[in-house]
Design a protein around this ligand. Structure first.
Ligand SMILES: Nc1ncnc2c1ncn2[C@@H]1O[C@H](COP(=O)(O)OP(=O)(O)OP(=O)(O)O)[C@@H](O)[C@H]1O
Length: 244
Protein backbone atom coordinates (compact mmCIF):
# COMPACT_ATOMS: atom_id res chain seq x y z
CA UNK A 1 0.00 0.00 0.00
CA UNK A 2 1.40 3.37 -0.99
CA UNK A 3 0.99 6.22 1.47
CA UNK A 4 0.63 9.96 0.94
CA UNK A 5 0.36 13.25 2.87
CA UNK A 6 -2.61 13.81 5.15
CA UNK A 7 -4.20 16.38 2.84
CA UNK A 8 -3.99 14.02 -0.13
CA UNK A 9 -7.32 12.61 -1.22
CA UNK A 10 -7.83 8.91 -0.77
CA UNK A 11 -7.35 7.17 -4.13
CA UNK A 12 -8.34 3.74 -5.35
CA UNK A 13 -6.77 2.29 -8.47
CA UNK A 14 -7.66 -1.34 -9.08
CA UNK A 15 -6.42 -2.33 -12.53
CA UNK A 16 -7.56 -5.91 -12.09
CA UNK A 17 -8.58 -8.34 -9.37
CA UNK A 18 -8.81 -11.96 -10.41
CA UNK A 19 -10.09 -14.93 -8.44
CA UNK A 20 -9.64 -18.59 -9.38
CA UNK A 21 -12.93 -20.41 -9.91
CA UNK A 22 -13.49 -23.91 -8.48
CA UNK A 23 -12.13 -25.46 -11.72
CA UNK A 24 -9.08 -23.16 -11.71
CA UNK A 25 -10.31 -20.79 -14.41
CA UNK A 26 -9.65 -17.12 -13.67
CA UNK A 27 -12.64 -14.91 -12.81
CA UNK A 28 -12.07 -11.17 -13.16
CA UNK A 29 -13.99 -9.58 -10.26
CA UNK A 30 -12.94 -5.92 -10.67
CA UNK A 31 -11.27 -4.18 -13.59
CA UNK A 32 -10.18 -0.59 -14.29
CA UNK A 33 -11.72 0.89 -11.15
CA UNK A 34 -10.28 4.34 -10.46
CA UNK A 35 -11.75 6.53 -7.74
CA UNK A 36 -10.60 9.66 -5.93
CA UNK A 37 -12.40 10.24 -2.63
CA UNK A 38 -12.13 13.90 -1.59
CA UNK A 39 -11.74 14.36 2.20
CA UNK A 40 -15.11 14.53 3.92
CA UNK A 41 -17.04 13.11 0.96
CA UNK A 42 -19.45 10.19 0.96
CA UNK A 43 -19.22 8.15 -2.22
CA UNK A 44 -21.63 5.31 -2.94
CA UNK A 45 -20.39 2.46 -5.09
CA UNK A 46 -23.50 0.95 -6.56
CA UNK A 47 -24.11 -2.04 -8.78
CA UNK A 48 -25.81 -5.42 -8.98
CA UNK A 49 -24.90 -8.47 -6.94
CA UNK A 50 -21.53 -9.97 -7.88
CA UNK A 51 -20.10 -6.84 -9.56
CA UNK A 52 -17.18 -6.68 -7.12
CA UNK A 53 -18.31 -4.20 -4.46
CA UNK A 54 -17.26 -6.20 -1.40
CA UNK A 55 -14.04 -7.24 -3.14
CA UNK A 56 -13.25 -3.55 -3.70
CA UNK A 57 -13.86 -2.70 -0.03
CA UNK A 58 -11.64 -5.56 1.13
CA UNK A 59 -8.83 -4.36 -1.15
CA UNK A 60 -9.18 -0.76 0.05
CA UNK A 61 -9.09 -1.95 3.68
CA UNK A 62 -5.89 -3.91 3.02
CA UNK A 63 -7.61 -7.25 3.73
CA UNK A 64 -6.83 -8.43 0.18
CA UNK A 65 -3.45 -7.43 -1.19
CA UNK A 66 -3.42 -9.83 -4.15
CA UNK A 67 -4.49 -7.40 -6.90
CA UNK A 68 -2.99 -5.26 -9.67
CA UNK A 69 -3.12 -1.56 -8.80
CA UNK A 70 -2.55 0.73 -5.84
CA UNK A 71 -4.43 2.30 -2.97
CA UNK A 72 -3.30 5.76 -1.85
CA UNK A 73 -4.10 6.63 1.77
CA UNK A 74 -2.65 8.94 4.45
CA UNK A 75 0.30 7.44 6.37
CA UNK A 76 -0.78 4.84 8.97
CA UNK A 77 -4.39 5.16 7.90
CA UNK A 78 -7.14 4.55 10.42
CA UNK A 79 -9.81 2.59 8.61
CA UNK A 80 -13.27 2.00 10.04
CA UNK A 81 -14.94 -0.99 8.40
CA UNK A 82 -18.63 -1.73 8.92
CA UNK A 83 -19.01 -5.28 7.62
CA UNK A 84 -22.33 -6.69 6.45
CA UNK A 85 -22.36 -8.95 9.52
CA UNK A 86 -21.72 -6.82 12.65
CA UNK A 87 -18.84 -9.11 13.82
CA UNK A 88 -19.17 -8.24 17.52
CA UNK A 89 -17.43 -10.33 20.15
CA UNK A 90 -20.28 -12.20 21.89
CA UNK A 91 -18.53 -12.36 25.28
CA UNK A 92 -18.04 -8.58 25.44
CA UNK A 93 -20.66 -5.95 26.20
CA UNK A 94 -21.67 -3.28 23.70
CA UNK A 95 -19.34 -0.73 25.29
CA UNK A 96 -16.44 -3.19 25.53
CA UNK A 97 -16.87 -4.06 21.84
CA UNK A 98 -16.66 -0.39 20.91
CA UNK A 99 -13.69 0.32 23.23
CA UNK A 100 -11.80 -2.72 21.95
CA UNK A 101 -10.49 -0.88 18.88
CA UNK A 102 -9.06 2.05 20.83
CA UNK A 103 -5.29 2.18 21.25
CA UNK A 104 -5.59 2.78 24.99
CA UNK A 105 -8.76 1.56 26.65
CA UNK A 106 -9.43 4.95 28.23
CA UNK A 107 -8.31 7.37 25.50
CA UNK A 108 -11.76 8.20 24.16
CA UNK A 109 -15.24 8.30 25.53
CA UNK A 110 -17.53 6.42 23.19
CA UNK A 111 -20.48 7.84 25.16
CA UNK A 112 -21.46 10.64 22.75
CA UNK A 113 -21.28 8.26 19.81
CA UNK A 114 -23.44 5.66 21.56
CA UNK A 115 -25.82 8.49 22.43
CA UNK A 116 -26.03 9.73 18.81
CA UNK A 117 -26.70 6.21 17.59
CA UNK A 118 -29.43 5.65 20.17
CA UNK A 119 -27.65 2.78 21.93
CA UNK A 120 -26.31 4.51 25.07
CA UNK A 121 -28.69 2.63 27.35
CA UNK A 122 -27.51 -0.67 25.86
CA UNK A 123 -23.83 -0.23 26.69
CA UNK A 124 -23.95 -3.06 29.27
CA UNK A 125 -25.80 -5.54 27.06
CA UNK A 126 -24.28 -8.44 25.16
CA UNK A 127 -24.52 -8.84 21.35
CA UNK A 128 -26.83 -11.87 21.62
CA UNK A 129 -29.40 -9.59 23.29
CA UNK A 130 -29.45 -7.20 20.30
CA UNK A 131 -31.47 -7.21 17.08
CA UNK A 132 -29.52 -7.03 13.81
CA UNK A 133 -30.37 -3.33 13.46
CA UNK A 134 -29.00 -2.54 16.93
CA UNK A 135 -25.91 -4.70 16.38
CA UNK A 136 -25.24 -2.75 13.17
CA UNK A 137 -25.41 0.49 15.15
CA UNK A 138 -22.79 -0.90 17.56
CA UNK A 139 -20.53 -1.84 14.64
CA UNK A 140 -20.94 1.69 13.24
CA UNK A 141 -19.96 3.14 16.63
CA UNK A 142 -16.91 0.84 16.70
CA UNK A 143 -15.88 2.03 13.22
CA UNK A 144 -16.32 5.73 14.05
CA UNK A 145 -14.80 5.83 17.53
CA UNK A 146 -11.28 5.66 16.07
CA UNK A 147 -11.99 8.83 14.02
CA UNK A 148 -11.21 7.00 10.78
CA UNK A 149 -9.36 8.54 7.84
CA UNK A 150 -11.62 6.34 5.78
CA UNK A 151 -14.95 4.78 6.69
CA UNK A 152 -16.03 1.73 4.69
CA UNK A 153 -19.70 0.74 4.84
CA UNK A 154 -20.76 -2.57 3.30
CA UNK A 155 -24.53 -2.67 2.69
CA UNK A 156 -25.36 -1.18 6.11
CA UNK A 157 -29.10 -1.83 5.84
CA UNK A 158 -28.95 -5.31 4.28
CA UNK A 159 -31.46 -7.81 5.75
CA UNK A 160 -33.34 -5.10 7.69
CA UNK A 161 -37.02 -4.35 7.19
CA UNK A 162 -37.67 -1.03 5.44
CA UNK A 163 -38.69 0.85 8.62
CA UNK A 164 -35.55 -0.28 10.51
CA UNK A 165 -33.40 0.42 7.45
CA UNK A 166 -34.86 3.94 7.22
CA UNK A 167 -34.11 4.64 10.90
CA UNK A 168 -30.56 3.33 10.51
CA UNK A 169 -29.95 5.52 7.45
CA UNK A 170 -31.17 8.57 9.35
CA UNK A 171 -28.76 7.75 12.19
CA UNK A 172 -25.86 7.18 9.78
CA UNK A 173 -26.59 10.53 8.17
CA UNK A 174 -26.63 12.24 11.55
CA UNK A 175 -23.35 10.77 12.84
CA UNK A 176 -21.74 11.20 9.44
CA UNK A 177 -22.63 14.93 9.50
CA UNK A 178 -21.19 15.22 13.03
CA UNK A 179 -17.91 13.40 12.29
CA UNK A 180 -17.55 13.90 8.51
CA UNK A 181 -15.28 10.92 7.79
CA UNK A 182 -14.32 10.32 4.17
CA UNK A 183 -16.63 7.45 3.36
CA UNK A 184 -17.04 4.74 0.77
CA UNK A 185 -20.42 3.05 0.92
CA UNK A 186 -21.19 -0.02 -1.14
CA UNK A 187 -24.78 -0.95 -1.75
CA UNK A 188 -27.10 -2.34 -4.37
CA UNK A 189 -29.92 -0.28 -2.84
CA UNK A 190 -30.30 2.88 -4.90
CA UNK A 191 -32.58 4.50 -2.30
CA UNK A 192 -29.86 4.02 0.31
CA UNK A 193 -27.29 5.60 -2.00
CA UNK A 194 -29.60 8.51 -2.84
CA UNK A 195 -30.32 9.11 0.85
CA UNK A 196 -26.72 9.07 2.08
CA UNK A 197 -24.23 9.88 -0.68
CA UNK A 198 -22.94 13.04 -2.29
CA UNK A 199 -21.60 11.08 -5.26
CA UNK A 200 -22.62 7.85 -6.95
CA UNK A 201 -20.22 5.61 -8.84
CA UNK A 202 -22.09 3.03 -10.89
CA UNK A 203 -20.54 -0.34 -11.68
CA UNK A 204 -21.37 -2.64 -14.59
CA UNK A 205 -22.63 -6.16 -13.72
CA UNK A 206 -19.37 -8.09 -14.12
CA UNK A 207 -16.52 -7.50 -13.86
CA UNK A 208 -16.84 -4.34 -11.75
CA UNK A 209 -16.09 -1.52 -14.15
CA UNK A 210 -17.25 2.09 -13.77
CA UNK A 211 -20.08 2.95 -16.18
CA UNK A 212 -21.06 6.31 -14.73
CA UNK A 213 -20.50 8.91 -12.03
CA UNK A 214 -23.25 11.16 -10.71
CA UNK A 215 -22.75 14.10 -8.36
CA UNK A 216 -25.70 14.61 -6.00
CA UNK A 217 -25.46 18.27 -5.04
CA UNK A 218 -28.97 18.55 -3.59
CA UNK A 219 -28.68 19.25 0.15
CA UNK A 220 -29.94 16.52 2.46
CA UNK A 221 -33.06 18.25 3.85
CA UNK A 222 -34.42 18.55 0.31
CA UNK A 223 -34.00 14.86 -0.48
CA UNK A 224 -37.59 13.88 0.03
CA UNK A 225 -39.28 10.75 -1.33
CA UNK A 226 -40.41 12.57 -4.47
CA UNK A 227 -36.85 13.60 -5.34
CA UNK A 228 -35.44 10.16 -4.50
CA UNK A 229 -38.03 8.40 -6.66
CA UNK A 230 -37.60 10.78 -9.62
CA UNK A 231 -33.80 10.49 -9.44
CA UNK A 232 -34.00 6.70 -9.16
CA UNK A 233 -36.27 6.50 -12.23
CA UNK A 234 -33.88 8.72 -14.19
CA UNK A 235 -30.87 6.55 -13.23
CA UNK A 236 -32.70 3.31 -14.11
CA UNK A 237 -33.33 4.77 -17.57
CA UNK A 238 -29.73 5.98 -18.01
CA UNK A 239 -27.99 2.91 -16.53
CA UNK A 240 -30.12 -0.16 -17.27
CA UNK A 241 -28.87 -3.32 -15.58
CA UNK A 242 -26.83 -1.36 -13.04
CA UNK A 243 -29.56 0.40 -11.07
CA UNK A 244 -32.81 -1.35 -10.11
N1 LIG B 1 -13.00 -15.79 -2.58
C1 LIG B 1 -13.50 -15.84 -3.83
N2 LIG B 1 -13.16 -16.84 -4.67
C2 LIG B 1 -13.64 -16.88 -5.94
N3 LIG B 1 -14.46 -15.94 -6.46
C3 LIG B 1 -14.84 -14.93 -5.66
C4 LIG B 1 -14.38 -14.83 -4.30
N4 LIG B 1 -14.92 -13.70 -3.75
C5 LIG B 1 -15.68 -13.14 -4.72
N5 LIG B 1 -15.63 -13.86 -5.85
C6 LIG B 1 -16.29 -13.54 -7.12
O1 LIG B 1 -15.96 -12.20 -7.47
C7 LIG B 1 -17.09 -11.51 -7.99
C8 LIG B 1 -17.36 -10.27 -7.14
O2 LIG B 1 -17.80 -10.67 -5.82
P1 LIG B 1 -18.20 -9.59 -4.70
O3 LIG B 1 -18.61 -10.35 -3.48
O4 LIG B 1 -17.11 -8.60 -4.56
O5 LIG B 1 -19.47 -8.88 -5.38
P2 LIG B 1 -20.53 -7.91 -4.71
O6 LIG B 1 -20.82 -6.85 -5.73
O7 LIG B 1 -20.06 -7.45 -3.38
O8 LIG B 1 -21.78 -8.86 -4.55
P3 LIG B 1 -22.96 -8.82 -3.44
O9 LIG B 1 -23.73 -7.54 -3.69
O10 LIG B 1 -23.77 -10.03 -3.76
O11 LIG B 1 -22.30 -8.87 -2.09
C9 LIG B 1 -18.22 -12.51 -8.01
O12 LIG B 1 -18.26 -13.09 -9.30
C10 LIG B 1 -17.81 -13.54 -6.98
O13 LIG B 1 -18.35 -14.81 -7.27
Amino acid sequence: MQTAGVSTPREIHIERKTFRGADGTPVVAVEGLHLVLPPGSLTALIGPSGCGKTTTLRIVAGLDTDFEGRIVLPPDPRIGFVFQEPRLLPWRTVEQNVRLVLDRPDDADPGPLLESLGIADMRGRFPTELSLGLARRVSIARALVIRPDLLLLDEPSASLDEATAGRLRALILQVWSDYRPTTLLVTHNIREALTLADRLVLLAPRPGRVVGEVILDRPQPQRDDTWIEATRADLVRRFPGTVA
